[in-house]
Design a protein around this ligand. Sequence first.
Ligand code: F6P
Length: 324
Amino acid sequence: MRMKKIAVMTSGGDAPGMNAGIRAVTRTALQKGLEVVGIYRGYQGMIEGDFIPLDRFRVSNIIQRGGTFLKTARSEEFRTVEGRAKAAAHLKKEGIEALVVIGGDGSFRGAAALHAEHGIQVVGCPGTIDNDLYGTDYTIGYDTAVNTAVQAIDQIRDTADSHNRLFFVEVMGRDAGFIALRTGLASGAESVLVPETTTYIDELITKLEEGRKLKKASAIIIVAEGDDEGGALDIAKKVNEKFDAWETKVTVLGHIQRGGSPTAFDRILASRMGNSAVEALLKGSTNVMIGQRNNEMVEVPFTQASKHHETLNPHLLELVEILS
Ligand code: F6P
């Protein structure tokens, strides 16, 4: 029997472009003759039956907005078998047969459990600023987060240069250095410290000393929050114990990286992924994430997408050093 009703939700940390994704899912589904329901607050809203019917006008004027109008949450209750049973009961009562989840790896693990235990068809779109999912070149929100960080660092550079100071700037990324690497390259940072590689404080100090000898006016070091030597504050302290030629300042960019109007890149990525997610459901796919590979939309099994992330391109890490 042909599918009649699907749901869409956002889950985990919000990311700019999620609204564009909801819009694309809704409008594609309506165009295919499906009914669409939005689930508020991710899996927590599913457990509570917090649903809203979506028509084409309900998703008007959101493509340019950051955050997610459906709200998002990280639900502890959904991690339990009982929580998932409550959630599935609400879906079944509403006649919802399939679900598009826009979120990160934890959200996909939840979707896979919902499928395994209750037979709900599930497709994911990668929505996280971290870019830390395997099988896609980009996740929704990553480009916007990088552009926000770059703009902030350009401003920091002005003041760093005026005072001859050393800045440690912390960007987001608990387990992944993608934001740090791209931000560092685009802002001309002296060094980028990421969780994927070992950080050697002494090597960093040698590099800073060389910069001083070359009469550099300032230095900016980008630190991914999950670096093995700690966050920007920890690393600044360790460096300062042996190197104090420059006055040192620390800036933690934090959640400003999560907000703001999505870039054109993220809007287009989310639009394509949302559209492909509905098409994947209609052809019977389940437990897959829609990824973008070499500019093509592809289906990646959840088991692959959430187990590990792509490796950082070592050439780009080297490029930061070469060009600084
Ligand atoms: O996963 C996205 C992310 O922004 C990470 O980069 C960051 O470590 C984390 O979420 C912060 O989570 P929260 O907003 O719950 O503090």
